[in-house]
Design a binder for this molecule. Structure first.
Ligand SMILES: CC(C)(COP(=O)(O)OP(=O)(O)OC[C@H]1O[C@@H](n2cnc3c(N)ncnc32)[C@H](O)[C@@H]1OP(=O)(O)O)[C@@H](O)C(=O)NCCC(=O)NCCS
Length: 162
């Protein structure tokens, strides 16, 4: 599958419409929300601390995620950390390696975008087994934290960039 990662603001007018068609399975929406929530999050300011990416397959958006840093970091992330949010692959394109492709490209993209970043972090629902398997396969580990949330709450994962 011919895929490429593009910054959200570089999409064409047609691709901006097509992004809205990225869809998840109902049980996935319960855990992570949907593309509308992801795009709404992109309206956070300052723009310098947030970046949306779209995965194109044959030039059509089939995946999405966003990155945050500094003033937009969630409470559980600090310092030279960027956080990954709203990673999603359209339900009709899941299982073809596109999620893996997004995550494999992530370290280089982050280093080019925000060179000061030393860690990536994310929060994942404990029942999101496919996402956890993917993150672990690419080297992400659960954060050692004595204040680990109670069962059923999101767990944080971390990937060291350097
Ligand atoms: C999680 C998600 C991004 C994975 O994307 P994908 O393109 O389907 O995943 P890939 O095809 O790249 O699979 C990569 C790895 O993920 C894991 N994985 C993917 N689907 C899986 C499934 N149904 N069950 C178990 N593991 C799975 C496997 O480890 C797989 O590696 P393998 O193919 O060597 O077994 C996608 O399923 C998705 O959009 N889910 C809904 C949104 C979501 O949960 N986002 C994460 C928020 S924290």
């Amino acid at each position: 599958m011919n895929s490429s990662l593009m910054k959200y603001e570089a999409l064409s007018a047609l691709q901006l419409q097509q992004v809205l068609q990225i869809d998840l399975r109902p049980e996935q929406k319960t855990m992570v929300g949907d593309i509308h929530g992801g795009l709404h999050a992109l309206s956070a300011r300052p723009v310098a601390d947030i970046q949306g990416y779209v995965l194109l397959v044959e030039e059509v958006p089939r995946g999405f995620f966003l990155l945050k840093r500094r003033s937009l970091l969630p409470l559980w992330a600090r310092g030279r950390t960027a956080t990954l949010h709203a990673l999603m692959i359209d339900r009709r394109y899941q299982g073809f390696g596109l999620g893996r492709t997004c995550l494999q490209k992530l370290p280089e993209r982050v280093s080019n975008l925000w060179p000061e970043i030393e860690h990536l972090m994310l929060a994942v629902h404990p029942d999101n087994h496919s996402a956890i398997a993917l993150y672990q396969a690419l080297g992400w580990t659960f954060r050692e934290d004595p204040a680990t949330p109670a069962e059923g709450f999101e767990r944080q994962m971390i990937l060291k960039l350097r």
